[in-house]
Ligand binder design. Structure first.
Ligand code: 5BU
Length: 257
């Protein structure tokens, strides 16, 4: 069955962050996210500036940057506006609600102040959502739950994944979707973001498992997340970003037919 377009889905979205993101994808004709796993401020900003034109979402692990400062956040936010992308801090919160709220809002990073989207493990139960929501909803942010992981031997399967869907359905004001390898439910229009994407290799020797953009989109993913496939050793990162964007967008257009 043909799927609705990102633009059509945006019209019916009740969550404003998810709506804005779907509109961005349609406007920019990109369902590609880059996973910017680099450890210096200069490299991170350079990736955002050089790859920004091709992506809908810039995924960070802010705690691996060795020279983090507020200026990094200010510059990244300016690049997000300039190139029209959202920022996703892949923080993978995993504690009780009160603690994750503090981790989200305070400390060195103040993630809630600049990341449009962040994510959390469902393992502590629904309190992790309400804790994060208390800081995220007033700022218009969105949360992804980790319903599955791309790594070999992941424990996020079966009833764990099913319970994650139930938790998400109970919190539509903040949960906009999942990190997952496939579409999980038709009960609400969630966003599905899939890491573990590569066109050339199958793994990384540390448990990562790669599928192609087409495999992910055929399975119901909305956003394809690519890291080393774009900027790994010896890669022409702009050429690779264009290649992944084209492959991912072509698979999306096929899914509309
Ligand atoms: P890679 O270089 O394309 O393998 O990077 C994948 C990124 O996605 C990296 O930042 C991981 O932390 C992130 N990731 C993942 O690989 N698998 C998962 O299940 C989740 C996140 Br959740």
């Amino acid at each position: 069955m043909p799927r609705p377009s990102y633009g059509e889905r945006a019209k019916n979205q009740k969550n404003p962050l998810a709506q804005g993101f779907l509109e961005l994808m349609e406007r920019k004709q990109s369902n590609l996210s880059v996973a910017a796993d680099v450890s210096s401020k200069a490299e991170l900003l350079e990736l955002a500036n050089v790859l920004g034109p091709y992506i809908c979402l810039f995924k960070t692990h802010i705690d691996i940057v060795e020279d983090f400062d507020q200026d990094l956040v200010d510059q990244l936010t300016a690049l997000a506006k300039k190139h029209d992308f959202f920022i996703f801090e892949d923080r993978k919160f995993a504690d009780i609600g009160n603690t994750v709220r503090l981790q989200y809002e305070k400390g060195v990073y103040h993630i809630a102040d600049w990341a449009h989207i962040t994510n959390a493990h469902p393992i502590p139960g629904p309190g992790i959502i309400t804790g994060l929501a208390s800081a995220g909803v007033p700022r218009g942010r969105g949360l992804l739950l980790l319903a599955e992981m791309s790594s070999a031997g992941s424990l996020a399967t079966g009833t764990y994944t099913q319970s994650t869907i139930d938790m998400a359905l109970a919190h539509p004001e903040f949960v906009i979707g999942f990190v997952a390898s496939r579409r999980l439910t038709d009960q609400a229009d969630f966003l599905y973001m899939s890491p573990g994407i590569g066109l050339d290799v199958k793994g990384d020797g540390h448990g990562q498992q790669y599928r192609t953009p087409a495999q992910a989109i055929e399975g119901g993913s909305d956003v394809v997340i690519v890291g080393r496939g774009i900027y790994g050793p010896g890669k022409d990162r702009v050429a690779e970003a264009k290649r992944y964007r084209e492959a991912s967008w072509a698979a999306y257009l096929t899914s509309l037919e």
